[in-house]
Design a binder for this molecule. Structure first.
Ligand code: CIZ
Length: 299
């Protein structure tokens, strides 16, 4: 069977919109209606008129779509696609931090569960974390779970005190990138500009020429002829598609959770309407406030 063709036919028949994250495998990105980073997918999920949304990404992304569009059916082809970063911040940890710092708002990275978001004041993504923190009145801000992203926020918003919860949370894939690796790539490709994701460690951020989310990379990598791309390998596909004349050199960084979905999984999910995402109403209502506040702050 030609799964890609059958998926497109089924999506039309079932009034389904397929939203795919930039880290997904190339063949999944190629059958998407919309590809993007978490912020772009959240915005599109909110605006979409289709009755069904199929989210190809990790579970928190599907939860976010369901929270923003409770009236829609939201499906995820692999509900077991988790996020080890999201698991590092629980609702109890947020409550404890808030009671230790009364009045300080909690900014939660979108890579978190619905239950954790429900305890927080506002969400952020890697595309808008500094803008979100800057938008808050309080001088002290609680931020979690990614301490590397928090460090980048501190650089851009030095007037605020940013307290990380947990102290050293991080994405295992980005956190293991080393300065040695960047230097080796610079020696190999001396004319390339290095751009890293803000989930990388502060020393890797400093060793890079630019820092940005995947959406930022896609928008800005037309500016130079050769790049070293320091983030999950899935991003190379949309970059090469968009800038066919540009040279892109990636690093060894593969998120197994982002690579779980196959075309067969996507086809079966659409055909059977299975793997529906459910978020309990009270949790969804509270988490929605935090996500919508982010969307307003980064409009
Ligand atoms: O914001 C996102 O979607 C993540 C997890 C990374 C990125 O920069 O796209």
């Amino acid at each position: 069977m030609n799964y890609a063709e059958e998926i497109r036919k089924l999506a039309a028949e079932k009034d389904a919109l397929i939203l795919v994250h930039n880290y997904e495998p190339a063949e999944i990105q190629d059958v998407a209606d919309i590809c993007g980073d978490s912020l772009e997918l959240a915005r599109k999920a909110k605006e979409a008129s289709a009755s069904t949304l199929v989210i190809c990404g990790v579970y928190f992304m599907a939860e976010t779509a369901k929270i923003l569009s409770p009236e829609k059916t939201v499906l995820i082809p692999r509900p077991d696609a988790g996020c080890p970063l999201a698991d590092q911040l629980t609702p109890e940890m947020v409550r404890a931090a808030k009671s230790a710092h009364p009045g300080a708002p909690f900014v939660v990275y979108v890579n978190s569960s619905a239950a954790t978001k429900a305890e927080c004041d506002i969400t952020c993504t890697s595309a808008n974390a500094a803008d979100v923190v800057r938008s808050l009145e309080s001088d002290t801000v609680l931020f979690g779970p990614d301490a590397n992203l928090a460090s980048w926020v501190r650089e851009q918003v030095p007037e605020k005190t940013v307290i990380t919860v947990p102290e050293n949370g991080g994405c295992p894939i980005h956190h293991k990138v080393t300065v040695d690796e960047i230097e080796r790539l610079r020696r190999e490709f001396p004319n390339a500009t290095v751009i890293c994701h803000p989930e990388c460690a502060p020393e890797v951020q400093k060793a890079s020429d630019m820092i940005g989310s995947t959406g930022y990379m896609i928008r800005n990598c037309g500016e130079k002829q050769e790049w070293i791309i320091v983030t999950e390998s899935g991003i190379l596909h949309p970059l090469k598609k968009r800038y066919p004349e540009t040279a892109f050199h990636g690093i060894e960084a593969v998120c197994d959770n982002m690579k779980l979905i196959t075309l067969k999984d996507l086809y079966e999910t659409l055909a059977e309407g299975k793997n529906e995402v459910v978020v309990e109403k009270e949790t969804a209502d509270r988490a929605r406030k935090a996500i919508e506040r982010m969307i307003e702050a980064s409009a």
